[in-house]
Design a protein around this ligand. Sequence first.
Ligand code: BTN
Length: 254
Amino acid sequence: METLFIGKNMLFLPEVESTNTYAMNMLRNVNAIDGTVVYTDNQTHGKGQRGASWNSQIASNITTSIILKPTFLSVDDSFFLSKISALSIYDVLTGVLDNSHYDIKIKWPNDILVNSKKIAGILIENNYNANSLQYSVIGIGLNVNQTDFGPLEGIATSLKQITGKEYNRKELLEKLCSCLEKWYFALKSNKTAFITETYLDCIKGMNMRLSFKMPDNSVFQAKIVDVNREGKLCLEMDDLSIQHFEIKELQFIS
Ligand code: BTN
């Protein structure tokens, strides 16, 4: 491993309920080392965002949780962990796929898409201590060699489905660790403006007028202009006012 701390301690579990749950329990019950990486070939109850489940074909993909202790980060800045996690996956993918042939994007807040299909998802669990973060578990599911997505066909994809090639998952996991460490150090050394600028550059639909649906099914068009400190999507409405939305408050159409 060409990293200073992320992945120096790697824990492989052939099967586990969820690497995130396992890592959170480690942090509660034993003093897990900063940068510990838990990964598995089979999650029996993989967790997705907003209470969904994350299903991944056995021994085909990356299902990992990375333990970080970002005690330098205030609670108000915790969305930076989302940004740097998404950027790390983005970097791994641009290293593998030719950027000019494939459209690699971050779908706000932190899904990773290739040619408009989801290739990776992120689930971050944080533990706060007063006003700062005590520890975080960065859960990442990255589809690598799976080619059958069942009912998610057309919505989900993998590296192998895109290129037809088989990939070494351990090598990709190591690359992911080194990309995350690079962004984590950038965050630690306060390069927040650069992180935000790069994140916004990678956002799908940035500065574009798109159609959205509200929970009451009403549809509206607006331009994505920013993602604020809390991670809310900032939209410029028809009357030029800027409104902020949480993920559960709107759905992308198309
Ligand atoms: C999403 O819904 O997009 C987030 C998916 C996150 C899945 C990963 S797989 C490894 C880690 N352990 C889990 O239970 N979930 C995350």
